[in-house]
Design a protein around this ligand. Structure first.
Ligand code: B12
Ligand code: SF4
Ligand code: SF4
Length: 388
């Protein structure tokens, strides 16, 4: 959104304290936290990003590297930007977000994805805020949520919304680890807030709970091992050694967030579009495995889950089936040995390898593996036969 100051703004003197009125407007729109930062990042964030990318921790998220200069410097993205208004929206859950991990025949979908896409919810509010800033202050504005080349957590920390915890996410003294972030970049000069200091202390809970040991060190994440990356971003087959560690997490992961002691200060949120849908809270794996494209699109209409597409999602469900230890679920996986998607067929092979005894698995291999045309799926059959 860019234009010159409106006539209305020219007639009206600017408010005495733009910061206060912007904050009040953002809170009235339903945001839970608001802060202000200069449109610049410290050298540390930039060099950390460079090191993270150099080590390949971003895996196949090539888009993280593609616009590295803009990500590391707000003015490289928009030279006219002078300040950033950072807004946080709480999605603190009412119930234990990890409860479904103990139900192996069910899937665990991350709290943030149990209803509508948060990008849409945040953008709707930010658009109103940005338009209002433009109207009232004649400022140019641009809004961002997640997908733009912006380092949202370091900027939010500069704006005083919280600090980056050892799990690398922003932790707030008031909202714990459950804040979505969005920003309005603006040409307005707004005095910045003071950055929040680190209150992790000696705590290591998030580092210790991670099922896949995705933290090489505190405050560092190797995304290639993170279940959130594996289930949402990673397009191909998931590495065999990581599959058993995923349990029944089929879309994202909340373990490191959920154990954070600062969550005890968070009040459960009441944003309508983000309240959990009952059918996405602990869905039956067997039903999810049967989704075809149309069924997947219907179930996840308006949800962030739709982003993976049906094949990747069913891949995740099959890994959870394999981890369930429930042999009665084997026929569900067996039906997917003939699926049109090689990604799904390969994951079905792995699930059956976990669920069946040697004789049962060998019988299936004899029937299916010779006819398999895809090299990746053939590799799954061979890897399984080397073990069994
Ligand atoms: C890429 C991405 C991911 C990737 C990688 C995450 C990561 N930590 O890098 C994956 C897919 C794994 C992911 C997962 C999740 N994400 Co995400 N993700 C992003 C995204 C798009 C960019 C993050 C980024 O810049 N990473 C690059 C690293 C270098 O920067 P950083 O994470 O800020 O790390 C800082 C330090 O910790 C340190 N550092 C981190 N790793 C390393 C490694 C080395 C070697 C070094 C030297 C330093 C270092 O350097 C950085 C600067 O100081 C942001 C949105 C955005 N545009 O910012 C959302 C965002 C961070 N994600 C978010 C969420 C909610 C999640 C999940 C909770 C979703 C879920 N439930 O599954 C998980 C949490 C996993 C976790 N523990 O981080 C929210 C976090 C909100 C908050 N309160 O912090 C964001 C801000 C989206 C939003 N708009 O709300 N995410
Ligand atoms: S989201 Fe899960 S897998 Fe990723 S770092 Fe946190 S606990 Fe580990
Ligand atoms: S769990 Fe502990 S170490 Fe991790 S972010 Fe929260 S306070 Fe920091």
């Amino acid at each position: 959104m860019r234009s010159s100051p409106t006539a209305a703004a020219a007639e009206r003197p600017p408010a005495a304290s733009p910061r206060d009125t912007i904050r009040a407007r953002a809170l009235a729109l339903g945001f839970d936290a608001v802060g202000f930062a200069a449109a610049e990042l410290g050298d540390q964030a930039r060099s950390d990003l460079a090191e993270y990318l150099a080590r390949g921790y971003h895996g196949d998220m090539g888009w993280l590297a593609a616009r590295q200069p803009q990500r590391g410097a707000p003015r490289a993205l928009w030279p006219a930007a002078r300040s950033v208004v950072v807004c946080g929206l709480s999605y603190a859950p009412t119930d234990d977000p990890l409860a479904s991990l103990a139900q192996p025949d069910r899937g665990t979908i991350s709290v943030y994805a149990r209803n509508r896409d948060y990008h849409d919810v945040l953008k709707r509010k930010l658009r109103v805020l940005a338009a209002w800033m433009h109207q009232n202050f004649g400022a140019e504005v641009k809004l961002f949520v997640d997908t733009a080349p912006v380092m949202e957590k370091p900027i939010a920390a500069q704006a005083g919304l919280g600090w980056q915890g050892k799990h690398t996410n922003l932790v707030s003294r008031r909202h714990g680890s459950w804040l979505f972030l969005g920003e309005v970049y603006t040409t307005l000069a707004l005095s910045p807030d003071t950055a929040e200091s680190d209150h992790c202390g000696a705590c290591q809970r998030c580092l210790e709970v991670c099922p896949t040991a995705a933290f090489p060190a505190p405050y560092q994440l190797d995304a290639r091992r993170c279940i959130s990356y594996l289930t949402i971003e990673h397009k191909g087959p998931i590495a065999r050694d990581l599959r058993p560690l995923m349990g029944n997490r089929i879309y994202g992961c909340d373990d490191c967030l959920a154990v954070c002691p600062w969550n005890k200060f968070a009040t459960p949120h009441a944003t309508p579009g983000l309240l959990p849908r009952a059918e996405l809270t602990a869905p039956r794996l067997a039903a999810l495995a049967e989704l075809d494209d149309a069924g997947f699109r219907t179930l996840f209409a308006g949800s962030p889950v739709k982003r993976t597409g049906r094949d990747r999602f069913v891949r995740n469900v099959l890994i959870a089936l394999g981890n369930s230890g429930d042999r009665t679920l084997a026929p569900v996986a067996e039906r997917l040995l003939d699926d049109a998607s090689p990604l799904v067929r390969g994951a079905a092979v792995w699930a059956l390898e976990q669920l069946l005894d040697n004789a049962g698995f060998a019988a299936l291999r004899a029937h299916h593996s010779a006819a398999e045309t895809d090299a990746g799926v053939r590799a799954e059959w061979s890897a399984a036969s080397e073990i069994s």
